[in-house]
Design a protein around this ligand. Structure first.
Ligand SMILES: [Zn+2]
Ligand SMILES: [Zn+2]
Length: 331
């Protein structure tokens, strides 16, 4: 049921509560699972709401879509969709290096994330679900990650010409080591490393922790470096404190890109640190950190920040062709 999925897409893109938006995708699943006879029967009787997970709003969408109309809700959402910014920088981006599926704390299956990335015109998209210690986000054990790699292999043909890049958002542990088997990290196309625990540790310890992580040859991108939250329903969180000059210098010297995290509640790094990383000579990755399909379009927000900061496009690694990117990641 494409109309329901498109509605979910626009609602996620407009930053609505992703758990509520999931209801539209669940309703699509329910309708798609029906055989033709049951569909006809419910259509004639107008009894969509007798099905599990279908409420008055989704029932109306279903009825209008099956009558060959564009549902009112969808028309409204299409009309209200805003340009998310980024101009020429956004236009130069070929893909995304950070997103989540329902294998960890995302709200959609891998296939729906990747078909959405393909529909956005991405050449590639890295799936970077969380690592084991982040239990609150259902982080993947080594075994689950291996299974995910098989699932991705089975999906590849279906989403072409999009190239799915394998990946992980690996937790940077307190001592700066990484929360996943080294050989497994080695196998992945893209490794994003982020701090998710003990964000308030003292500056010298945090600096050591981050420098050790970004200097690891397996790490390609330093995710949301300060961990701050500036708005939104998760509340506010101050920046972690670390010696940014040391950390960014280590990023530059070890070919680790600094992430410009596009999520509106993160806007990480803050503007002054973005300027510092630029001055030091770092490369950047503009990532959505999408947890839902519609959030994959958040690239515009991050691209706008890069544009405002004057980041040259050739220093943004996800403006590169896939082969160059993967060669860089494993260089
Ligand atoms: Zn993260
Ligand atoms: Zn993430």
């Amino acid at each position: 049921m494409a109309a329901l999925r498109e509605i979910a897409y626009y609602k996620d893109r407009a930053r609505e509560d992703s758990r509520r938006v999931m209801a539209y995708r669940k309703a699509a699943d329910v309708i798609e699972a029906l055989d033709e006879q049951s569909r006809d029967r419910h259509g004639r009787a107008g009894s969509w709401q007798s099905l599990p997970g279908i409420g008055p709003k989704t029932a109306k969408v279903i009825a209008q879509a099956l009558a060959g109309q564009v549902p009112d809700t969808l028309l409204e959402l299409r009309g209200a969709a805003e340009d998310l910014g980024g101009g020429d920088v956004r236009a130069a981006l070929r893909g995304d290096l950070h997103c989540h599926s329902d294998w960890s704390d995302g709200s959609a299956p891998i296939e729906e994330m990747m078909t959405t990335a393909a529909a956005l015109g991405h050449e590639y998209c890295a799936l970077t679900d969380h690592s084991p210690r982040l239990t609150i986000a259902n982080g993947l054990s080594a075994e689950r990650l291996r299974r995910q790699l098989d699932v991705i292999d089975e999906l590849r043909e279906k989403v072409r010409p999009l190239r799915i890049l394998t990946g992980i958002e690996v937790d940077i542990l307190e001592d700066g080591t990484l929360d996943q088997d080294p050989e497994l990290l080695e196998r992945l196309d893209i490794v994003v490393a982020s701090v998710h625990s003990k964000l308030a540790m003292d500056e010298p310890s945090m600096t050591r922790r981050m420098v050790r992580a970004v200097a690891d040859a397996r790490v390609n991108v330093l995710g949301h470096c300060t961990g701050r939250l500036v708005t939104g329903n998760r509340g506010l969180r101050p920046e972690s404190t670390f010696d940014a000059e040391k950390v960014f210098t280590a990023c530059r010297d070890n070919d680790t890109a600094v992430e410009i995290n596009s999520r509106p509640e993160r806007r990480d790094p803050p503007t002054r640190l973005l300027a510092l990383a630029l001055e030091i000579g770092c490369d950047f990755a503009i990532d959505t950190d999408a947890h839902a399909p519609g959030q994959l379009d958040f690239l515009g927000y991050g691209a706008q920040r890069a544009l405002d900061a004057g980041v040259p496009v050739d220093r943004i690694v996800n403006s590169w062709a896939a082969d160059k990117l993967v060669a860089w990641a494993h260089g």
